[in-house]
Every structure is written in structure tokens, then in C-alpha cells.
Design a binder for this molecule. Structure first.
Ligand code: GLY
Length: 562
């Protein structure tokens, strides 16, 4: 019965796609129909997976203003058809004028919500530099061609989905607080589903990027608009910050689980290392036999999560500023040692796991997309403004939103932050440093062949969501649609609670585990009661090489394929 309900949700949420349809030539799965539609056209006209991925990023900056962006940052993981890997870090950086205690008053207490909203919350954006790097190294079509769909969409407008209309309406006051009237995102009457969102200024900015490449953003008119916006409002980003910004190619994190190879994002994301450590922690237990969300599987996965999130709080930060002990964290013996004190008899209290610091959860609005082309090249990208609509600052005359990524730093290491939580010294603010992330764009091989391209938004739940979705497929016999749609649970060391989505973990299992010391709460770590989290998008490569897609029914996510 549960499978029937999931199938129904999926059939109505991916128009034109039946369950388990397979495709031969290429697939795009993203959080907005316009982005998936535009980039499948790029593939059809001979572009490769990277051309399509760059195109999706720019289209999402128009069609998904809540998270898609040119004013934010992200991570990209790539696997070429012949099995080479690469990872691109286009995470934002702290401005040169940023300082460790910039969000604290004279007594050392956090001031208001300075790291969350407005000009001081903005990191130096990385997206345009990232896309230029990605396209330059791996693209096939011209830069002009891959950006054009975004420009057309910004100029002509697109119809808002019901969810988008409601998100803009509920944030109306915040847009007005941080911007003069007249940005593209507010109007006198409430937005309705089907209303056209036209972004003329953004179209102009995209044209500059189309014409001048990365310099169309980091230098010249656009850079000046950003700096004007900052200087009028006590923000910190300078022309020097913009000119210095660099996207960085990094060595992907690679680990093994049975006959699968997991390829994911290295620091400054905690995602790849934490994901592989989770797999290492559970590999020697018969998860398949325990069953999907049954007593032993839930307990084992929660205990593994508790331990790696404790490590995350202490050891993770920007590797160019902090020595992240990558080898140690990726060592399977080490993960197994961490599980030694775990017993199925009772919960391990989080206080007994580590005396280290606790990481604060990132907020929710990030977005993920995947592309596979007909040669078998695969791209997995997670990109973000951090919170919904980022800092809410729309750059005057340039029409795009700036991120509030500065809040992903530990604004006061060792002490509770604005969420009542604490972070580690490794993730303290320093000029030019990248803030720690949980984003986990991931590619999985099975027996040496491309098997899965996957990722999700969801702040601190990203890692556990990717982990569970992969296990749903490979241990719990779910198909790709079921694996993506299945309700999820999450533990992040502190608070010592198991967060559960609606429908996750049967009541009887919760009651029995309750007796062993587990506390289940029906909310997300950021407090949404009975809410859901994550929007997993995935592409599965079947044994015969055909492609199947999974687009999360929790959002407007869409599969396009041919
Ligand atoms: N801002 C969400 C993350 O980077 O994890």
C-alpha cells in the first residue's frame, strides 16, 4: 500500500513521466521544470553533461530565486565517461574585512541576526567563477550558448509554481526590509500560481556574464553594483574581494562500501567524508536483513550519525586554513572503532560520545541537480544561497540575490550561536576563508561502472539524507522513485534527538527504541513541526546502461530525458 501511495505521488509530480521509465541518451533532474527543460535541450543539441550543468545553474538563478543563484556558491562533482573524477569548489569566502568576532557585541554576545539577514551576512559569491571554470575545463558548446536559456527566461519571464508564489508572499516583508520597493520579487498584490516573474535587471547582468565571462561579474559594472550595494549598507564585500575570488579544483573524496565506490565532495564540505564514514560504520552489519526503518537498522544508522556529527563539529573547516584529518576520518578501522561502544541494548548518550564542540545546522534552502549525457559523463551539483532567498539583499540595478553564507561559519566558536548551538574553532571566521558546508553532491559506481548521481538540499540533514537514499536503493530493495520519496530520519549528535519526517520510523519501532533511550521528535532540526526536509534528485544507471530518474515529490523537482 505504501508503495502504491509513493507511486501515485511520483506520477503526479513528474508530468509526462511514468514510474520506472527508462531513457537511453541523457537525463537532467533539477528542482525546477524550466531548468530541466532548458538543459535537456542543451544535451539534445550536442552539448555534454557539463554544458547542461552550467546551463542549469544559470537557469536556476532565474527560475528558482529561493536557492538557485549567481550570488551564492556551490560544489560540483564530475565523473567522465572513462572513469576520471574531479571536484570543483565554488564556495563563498569571507570578505577581507571580515573578522572572527564580527557578529559579537563588546560583551562577546551575538548581535541580533547579523549573520542571517542583510549585507553583513553575505560571503563573496563563487557561482559565476565556478561555472566559468567548469565550462572552460570540460564544456563543449560555447559559453554564449549555455547561458542563453537563462537570459531568455529572465527577459520573458516564467510562470510561478504554487509553492513559489507562496514563498514570495510569505517573505514579502523581508524583501521590503532589505531593499527599496521595486525589486522583481515584490508586487502590491499577492503572487498567485501562474503569475509571470520577469527579471529585466538580472537579464542584463547575465548578458554581461555571457559577453565577458567571469569578468562580467567580478569586474566592471556588476562588481561596482555589488560594491555600491555594500557601501551604502555597511556591507564588507570590496572590489578586491571580487577580483581575488577563485573557484578551486579539488581532489574528490573517494571511499568504498561493498562493491560500490562513493565519489563525493571534499572540505570545505563535510559531506563527502561524513558520508563515507557513515557507510564504513554500518558496512559490517547485515542492514538488508534488519530491514527498512526497523529497530536495528534505525538504531545502527542513528548511532553512526551521532558519532560522525560529533567529529564534524571538531575537525572540519576550510582545508586551506585548517588541517582537516582527512585520512583518519576516511579510515574504516577508525569508523569501526568509533562504533565499538555501541550496543543494541541501549542508546549511547551524546554526552558520552565526545566532549568536542557542536556544529550549528545550516538552514534549509539549497538546491541540487544532476546530469548524465549520452557518452556517460556525469555531473552532480549542489548550490546554495544558504537560507531561503539568502540574505534577502537584491543587488540594486543588477537584479540578483546575495547569499547569507556567513552564517555557516561558527560565529562564536565554543559558545551557543543564534540557534542555541555551538561550533568549532576550525570553522571560525577568517578573511578569505570558506565556511564549512554539508553539501554532498555524490556519484556512485557499482563494480566500476557509473551507477548513481545524487544529492539534496537540507542543511545539516543533507548528509544523512544522501546516506539513507543510497541505502534504500542498495540494501532495502527500493526502486529509485521509492528511495527518493521514502520518509527520512536524522541525528546530528546534539541535540540528542532523532528527528523524523512524517511517516518515517513506524510507531511501534519508535516505542521500542524509546525504551532504550532514543527520543524521537516529529520536526526538522530547524524546528518545522511535521515538516519534511531535503529534495533528493537522482539519476540511476541501470544494468543495461539505460537511465531512470528520481525527482523528489516534496518539491517542484522535475526529470527531463530522451
Ligand atoms: N548552506 C548550506 C550548506 O552549505 O551546508
Amino acid at each position: 500500500m505504501k508503495n502504491l501511495i509513493l507511486s501515485f505521488i511520483i506520477l503526479i509530480s513528474t508530468p509526462g513521466m511514468g514510474q520506472s521509465q527508462t531513457f537511453q541518451n541523457g537525463m537532467v533532474v533539477s528542482a525546477h521544470p524550466k531548468a530541466s527543460e532548458a538543459s535537456i535541450e542543451i544535451l539534445k543539441k550536442g552539448g555534454n553533461a557539463m554544458d547542461a550543468a552550467v546551463s542549469v545553474q544559470f537557469v536556476l538563478s532565474v527560475s528558482l530565486p529561493i536557492a538557485g543563484n549567481i550570488g551564492g556558491g556551490g560544489f560540483l562533482v564530475y565523473r567522465s565517461a572513462d572513469g576520471n573524477y574531479d571536484a570543483l569548489d565554488y564556495r563563498e569566502t569571507a570578505p577581507l574585512k571580515a573578522s572572527r568576532d564580527m557578529y559579537l557585541d563588546n560583551s562577546g554576545n551575538p548581535v541580533g541576526q547579523l549573520s542571517l539577514y542583510g549585507h553583513l551576512a553575505c560571503g563573496v559569491p563563487g557561482t559565476v567563477a565556478g561555472m566559468a571554470e567548469a565550462h572552460n575545463k570540460y564544456g563543449k558548446l560555447s559559453w554564449q550558448e549555455v547561458i542563453q536559456p537563462a537570459i531568455t527566461l529572465a527577459e520573458n519571464g516564467f510562470e510561478l509554481t504554487a509553492a513559489q508564489a507562496s514563498e514570495l508572499n510569505s517573505n514579502y516583508q523581508k524583501f521590503l526590509k532589505w531593499n527599496p520597493e521595486g525589486t522583481a520579487f515584490t508586487q502590491k498584490n499577492d503572487w498567485k500560481e501562474g503569475d509571470l516573474l520577469v527579471q529585466t535587471e538580472l537579464a542584463q547582468t547575465l548578458k554581461l556574464i555571457q559577453k565577458h565571462g567571469s569578468k562580467g561579474f567580478y569586474e566592471g559594472v556588476t562588481a561596482q553594483y555589488i560594491v555600491n550595494e555594500m557601501s551604502k549598507n555597511n556591507g564588507l564585500i570590496s572590489l578586491e574581494d571580487l577580483k581575488n575570488y577563485k573557484a578551486i579544483w579539488r581532489k574528490p573524496i573517494v571511499g568504498e562500501y561493498k562493491n560500490y565506490k562513493i565519489i563525493s565532495m571534499p572540505p570545505p564540505s563535510s559531506g563527502g567524508i561524513a558520508l563515507i564514514s557513515l557507510f564504513h560504520s554500518v558496512e559490517d552489519y547485515p542492514l538488508h536483513q534488519y530491514g527498512f526503518q526497523q529497530d536495528k537498522s534505525v538504531q545502527l544508522m542513528v548511532e553512526a550519525q551521532r558519532r560522525i556529527y560529533a567529529d564534524r563539529a571538531v575537525h572540519f573547516g576550510d582545508p586551506d586554513f585548517h588541517n582537516v584529518p582527512i585520512e583518519m576520518l576516511l579510515n574504516k578501522e577508525n569508523s569501526m572503532k568509533r562504533m565499538k561502544d555501541f550496543s543494541f541494548e541501549q542508546a549511547t548518550p551524546s554526552t558520552a560520545v565526545s566532549a568536542g564542540n557542536y556544529s550549528h545546522p545550516e538552514s534549509f534552502e539549497t538546491t541540487h541537480y544532476n546530469v548524465v549525457d549520452k557518452e556517460g559523463n556525469a555531473v552532480s551539483v549542489t548550490t546554495t544561497l544558504n537560507g531561503a532567498f539568502g540574505s534577502f539583499v537584491v543587488v540594486e540595478n543588477a537584479g540578483f540575490l546575495l547569499n547569507n553564507e556567513m552564517d555557516d561559519f561558527s560565529i562564536k566558536p565554543g559558545e551557543p550561536n543564534l540557534y542555541g548551538l555551538t561550533g568549532g574553532e576550525a570553522n571560525a571566521i577568517q578573511p578569505g576563508k570558506r565556511m564549512l558546508s554539508s553539501m554532498t553532491p555524490t556519484i556512485v559506481e557499482k563494480d566500476g561502472k557509473l551507477f548513481l548521481v545524487i544529492g539534496t538540499p537540507g542543511g545539516s540533514t543533507i548528509i544523512t539524507t544522501v546516506f539513507q537514499t543510497i541505502l534504500n536503493l542498495i540494501e532495502f530493495n527500493q526502486n529509485i522513485e521509492e528511495a527518493v520519496a521514502a520518509p527520512r530520519f536524522h541525528h546530528q549528535w546534539l541535540p540528542d534527538e532523532v528527528f523524523v519526517e512524517k511517516g518515517a520510523v513506524p510507531q511501534q519501532v519508535r516505542e521500542r527504541l524509546n525504551q532504550k533511550g532514543y527520543k524521537f521528535v516529529s520536526k526538522s532540526p530547524w524546528g518545522w513541526v511535521d515538516g519534511s526536509w531535503g529534495r533528493v534528485d537522482a539519476i540511476l544507471i541501470n544494468e543495461d546502461g539505460s537511465l531512470s530518474g528520481g525527482a523528489d515529490p516534496r518539491g517542484d523537482d522535475t526529470i527531463e530525458a530522451y
